[in-house]
Design a protein around this ligand. Structure first.
Ligand SMILES: NC(=O)c1ccc[n+]([C@@H]2O[C@H](COP(=O)([O-])OP(=O)(O)OC[C@H]3O[C@@H](n4cnc5c(N)ncnc54)[C@H](OP(=O)(O)O)[C@@H]3O)[C@@H](O)[C@H]2O)c1
Length: 257
């Protein structure tokens, strides 16, 4: 059985990956959807033209992996595509944020992403695709979004290293690094009343970001960065000293407030 597994499939880009992968069909027999809320995944599944299996699980709870682990052992599927979309961020200064929010981001964005990759990799054959959602926040430390940006730097670094390790197994690995994308992400990110300033200027549609991510992954690219502003940011962060960029950013934010 050939399958795709998508985490964070109840919302935003995860649901969109499921839609676009199902449309392309790609010789898949099933798509396995993973997130905590089953209802939105059931609604999504009703509109997909491919069989689905739903795993309602909290990826930050090690005890909740059992149903997925059992299903993998029972069906021994060939996981042709794994998309790691589950993640969240909370805007706010480090000292003003709750410990639960800060550690929660590390638990989901870093630990759970690593755990699910480790669990599923043995089922990925030659010419399969591993797509991990990092962020343009991975390119640069971000005051006011510190831990989120650091967690996404982890995802980017981990994904790039894994790409080299898995090359001999012909598993294609791509890190997706979008800027702000129009999804429910910001309902959670701005829950504490702090707005993400650059959101409105650079907001991209999830359909376009996901289309590009899939195209880049299928072309074997290491990185998928949507849109000219984020590409400029990516190059700028490579060329300029980080402390200069951060100094300018802080000065700009002071003038604005
Ligand atoms: N939107 C952006 O601007 C943006 C930009 C760059 C990168 N990203 C990254 O892209 C990925 C997808 O984000 P999105 O924009 O699609 O946001 P989203 O709509 O909020 O989706 C996040 C997904 O993660 C799942 N999730 C959250 N906590 C979970 C947990 N403990 N266990 C299992 N699943 C969990 C959510 O489902 P449940 O609530 O049902 O569990 C949801 O399906 C994230 O990694 C995010 O950091 C987003």
């Amino acid at each position: 059985m050939n399958i795709a597994i998508i985490t964070g499939a109840s919302s935003g880009m995860g649901s969109e990956f499921a839609r676009q992968i199902a449309q392309k069909c790609l010789g898949l027999d099933e798509i396995w959807l993973v997130a905590r809320r089953s209802r939105p995944m059931e609604e999504l599944a009703e509109n997909l033209s491919i069989a689905t299996r739903i795993f309602a699980m909290d990826l930050t709870n090690p005890g909740s992996y059992e149903s997925l682990r059992t299903a993998l052992q029972e069906h021994n599927p060939r996981v042709r595509i794994l998309v790691g979309c589950a993640g969240y961020g909370k805007v706010g200064a480090f000292t003003a944020s709750s410990e639960a929010d800060l550690l929660g981001m590390i638990d989901l964005n870093c630990k759970a992403l690593t755990k699910i990759t480790y669990l599923i990799l043995p089922y990925m054959p030659k010419r399969s695709y591993l797509i991990q959602l990092a962020s343009s926040a991975a390119f640069l430390p971000q005051p006011g979004f510190d831990v989120y940006a650091a967690s996404k730097s982890y995802v980017l670094s981990f994904t790039r290293a894994l790409r080299e390790e898995l090359r001999h197994r012909q598993i294609h690995v791509t890190a997706v690094c979008p800027g702000p994308v129009d999804t429910p992400f910001f309902d959670i990110a701005e829950e504490n009343g702090e707005a993400f300033f650059f959101k409105k200027i650079f907001m991209a549609s999830k359909e376009k970001v996901v289309r590009k991510a899939l195209r880049d992954a299928f072309h074997g690219k290491d990185l998928s960065v949507y849109g000219i502003p984020m590409k400029i940011m990516h190059i700028g962060c490579k060329l300029l000293p980080q402390k200069w960029i951060l100094y300018c950013y802080e000065a700009f934010m002071k003038i604005r407030s």
